[in-house]
Design a protein around this ligand. Sequence first.
Ligand SMILES: [Fe+2]
Length: 226
Amino acid sequence: MTRTLSDSPGWQYLLREFDMLYRYGSAGGSRAIRSHRKRVRDRLAAITDRNPVLEMREPLTKPVVEHLHRALDLGEVNDLNGMCRALRRVQAGLTWEYGYERVPKALEKKYAYCEVMGPRGPVMAEGLILGFVLFAPKTTYPQHSHSDIEESYVSVSGAWSENETAVFAPGSMILNRSGQEHRITTGEYDPCLLAYAWIGPEERLSAPGMRFSATRRAGRSKTPGP
Ligand SMILES: [Fe+2]
């Protein structure tokens, strides 16, 4: 029997948290961020209105997932506690992955991401990917960009810095437009859990190219992972 979103309250509530994240947070006066937030909300609403199919993938873990409990414990005492609780409820069904054919050795134990909605499921959708990225403390996620994809990160737990220009605390949002280079670092003691959204053409979201660019300079890549 086909399982749909309406049969799966845990996943419904998690998507509800994403909707609230993109509905009630501040755009900080930025027109570009306001319009990105609205695009994410509108696509999410259009997808959930169709009661999408839920196709569970094989649950997979990665070494960094050992840090997830700590990230959620810390997140549950801040404003994003609803998201943390909703994520705990579906945690057993998450597929954590690297997104690269070859993962830099330094990242193997420090990074992984999981998708919640998108062309590969578990909530089947086109034109929008929602998911989470988890970083261990003291991580540098190398400089990269995404062509044709508009990406936003929201910190659910922990602090991070992007391009060494500021420190972003839980609740902060960063918008990375198509082609915009970004590099992430995390703090010394706590893990960092980011919720993310990708908007782009269907063909880019279904096949983002799962490897580093062959012509990359050291530390630079066009990544398939967030
Ligand atoms: Fe990214």
